[in-house]
Design a protein around this ligand. Structure first.
Ligand SMILES: [Zn+2]
Length: 267
C-alpha cells in the first residue's frame, strides 16, 4: 500500500475495537494510514503482534506500561520471545508515570524504574527504538527530569539507544534535552483543541516530531469524548502544519520519513 501517514502510537488491539476492528483497519489501508500498535502488558503485546502479522500496514511494539507496575512483573524473556516477530518495531510503552496523586509513593517509583530499566536493556540488546510514556505529577516536570537523567546514563553504555517520547507534555527545555539524546517527541489529537502545546510544537525541529493518536484515547476536536481511532493522525499532521505555519504536504512527508526512519519501516 501507499503509506501517507504513520500513527506512531495506537492501541487497536484494545476491546474498544472488538466490534469493528476489521472495518477500521481496512479504512486505514485505503486512507494510507499505517499504525504502530502498542502493547501495555504481556497480553496486549501479544495481541498487537497478532494484528501486525495479519496486516501489512500495522506494526507492533511490545512492552509493559508504568501504570501496570502492580499487576504484572516484567518477564524479559517473554517479551524477548514476542520481539522475534519481524513486525515488532519497538519496545514499549514503558517509562515513568508520576501523575497518580493518591497511590504514588517511593515504592511505586522504585518499581516503575526497575521495570523501565529492564525494557531499556531489552531495547539495547535488540537494537530497537523505545516507545516511552512519561507523565509528570501535576504542575511539575519531575518524570521528564528523571527520564532525562536515566537516558543520559544509559546512553553512555548503549550509545544507539533511541526512541519516541509519546504524548509529549514537556516544555521546550525538556524537548531539547530529549532530542539531544536521539529521541523524537510525538503529539496526539489533543493539539486540535488545547493550545498548551503550540510553543513546543513550533520550537521542535520538524525532523524530531512524530504524529500519533494514542487511540482509543483523546479524540480530536469535533469528536471529543468519543472513541478515537488512528485515522485522526491525518488531523494531527494537518494541525502540526497549521501551528507551525508550514506547508501541510511538506510536513506530512517529513513526519512520514521520521517514522519510517525511527521504526525502520519498509516502503
Ligand atoms: Zn499508549
Amino acid at each position: 500500500m501507499n503509506v501517507q501517514y504513520v500513527d506512531a502510537h495506537c492501541h487497536l488491539q484494545f476491546e474498544q475495537y472488538a466490534e469493528d476492528d476489521a472495518e477500521l483497519i481496512e479504512r486505514m489501508r485505503t486512507e494510507g494510514v499505517a499504525g504502530i500498535v502498542v502493547g501495555v502488558d504481556l497480553e496486549s503485546s501479544q495481541k498487537a503482534v497478532t494484528l501486525a502479522e495479519k496486516h501489512e500496514h500495522l506494526y507492533a511494539s511490545v512492552g509493559l506500561h508504568p501504570n501496570r507496575e502492580a499487576d504484572e512483573w516484567y518477564e524479559m524473556k517473554k517479551y524477548r520471545e514476542l520481539a522475534k516477530s519481524p513486525k515488532v518495531v519497538a519496545i514499549g510503552e514503558c517509562g515513568l508515570d508520576y501523575y497518580r496523586p493518591v497511590e504514588m509513593n517511593d515504592e511505586v517509583k522504585r518499581k516503575q524504574r526497575a521495570i523501565f530499566n529492564d525494557q531499556l536493556m531489552l531495547a539495547a540488546e535488540l537494537d530497537k527504538p523505545l516507545i516511552i510514556h512519561a507523565r509528570p505529577s501535576r504542575g511539575t516536570m519531575d518524570a521528564y527530569h528523571e527520564l532525562i537523567s536515566i537516558l543520559e546514563e544509559a546512553k553512555k553504555k548503549c550509545p544507539r539507544l533511541r526512541g519516541d517520547i509519546h504524548f509529549f507534555v514537556g516544555g521546550i527545555d525538556e524537548m531539547h534535552a530529549l532530542i539531544a539524546l536521539d529521541f523524537t517527541v510525538s503529539f496526539t489529537a489533543v493539539i486540535t483543541f488545547a493550545r498548551d502545546y503550540d510553543a513546543v510544537i513550533r520550537a521542535t525541529p520538524l525532523v524530531d516530531i512524530l504524529s500519533e493518536t494514542d487511540a482509543p484515547f483523546v479524540a480530536p476536536e469535533g469528536r471529543r469524548g468519543k472513541r478515537n481511532d488512528p485515522l485522526a493522525t491525518i488531523e494531527v499532521v494537518r494541525k502540526i502544519a497549521e501551528i507551525r505555519g508550514e506547508d501541510p504536504e511538506a510536513v506530512r512527508t517529513t513526519l512520514l520519513a521520521n517514522a519510517k526512519r525511527l521504526f525502520t519501516l519498509k516502503d
